[in-house]
Write a protein that binds this ligand. Structure first.
Ligand code: F6R
Length: 259
């Protein structure tokens, strides 16, 4: 099963995961990072600023999980803009090495297969950051997504559109469609790191980590991965049956093993 690490707050989660990414880049200067958007990965990106200070990151590569379909890439809430603003610019990554699925309507039929081919050509993702939706989605694989799915166009649930309305002027402005790495694509990354904070994510986390494997809860796909780490604060961990065991296990883990 996934390793669950319960931390005090989002900043501690950010520091823990940024340290792991730092170790990865030290081992491999052209590491391939799987990048998530939304609020959850922000503490990681902000901790990475100091973690990577003085490190040559010019060869680091990146692949975002998803993008809205039909949104102008220059829109401040397109995931292309978010990745540029939150990751590429502050960390000083090489823009041409950081990819986001192409959500433009022109060519959307092929965009998924092309994105998967690009990930494959890069040798796959070393470490994939993930958030989780309140409905259990990872990437934008909404409930019902196949565990074997590849990058493709999906329809966002009303719940996800409401959750993401905070980023837009009006709820109606949240696009209805997205292009997202599939669960099968995500599962090919060598290390999955799923983060979540707050009570609102507690049920989705309990279902993903300890519930049955089911397409109705796409996050449960992480149980199929041999190296998945779930980093949660106390509130997001509050519905985990084995929380005490996870605390005990992590407290007694040799530090050199990282996560
Ligand atoms: C974002 C993504 C989504 C989010 C999820 C949680 O690239 O793929 O799965 O991680 O919707 O969003 P936040 O972090 O805003 O709660």
């Amino acid at each position: 099963m996934a390793e669950v690490v319960i931390v005090e707050n989002p900043a501690a989660a950010g520091a823990l995961v940024a340290a792991e990414i730092g170790r990865l880049i030290a081992r491999r200067a052209d590491a391939v990072l799987g990048l998530a958007t939304g609020s959850t990965p922000l503490p990681v990106y902000s901790a990475l600023r100091s973690q990577l200070e003085g490190v040559d990151v010019s060869h680091v590569r990146g692949f975002a999980l998803d993008e809205y379909v039909g949104i102008d890439p220059s829109h401040p809430e397109s995931y292309r803009s978010v990745i540029t603003r939150e990751v590429v610019e502050p960390l000083g990554l090489t823009p041409s090495l950081v990819h986001v699925p192409d959500g433009s309507l022109d060519g959307i039929e092929q965009a998924g297969a092309e994105y998967d081919a690009k990930i494959r050509a890069a040798g796959g993702v070393d470490l994939q950051l993930l958030g989780i939706g309140t409905d259990g989605h990872i990437g934008f694989n909404e409930p019902g997504s196949s565990f074997a799915s590849r990058t493709r166009v999906k329809t966002l649930t009303e719940q996800t559109r409401e959750d993401n309305a905070r980023f837009f002027d009006s709820p109606d402005d949240v696009p209805m469609h997205c292009i997202t790495q599939g669960l099968g694509t995500i599962l090919e990354a060598r290390h999955l790191v799923l983060l979540a904070y707050g009570e609102g994510k507690a049920q989705a986390i309990a279902d993903a980590v300890e519930g049955p494997l089911s397409a109705i809860l796409p996050g449960s796909a992480i149980q199929l991965h041999p190296h998945a780490t779930v980093v949660v604060d106390e509130a997001a961990a509050s519905k985990l049956t084995l929380a005490d065991y996870y605390r005990y296990t992590f407290a007694n883990k040799p530090a050199w093993q990282g996560i």
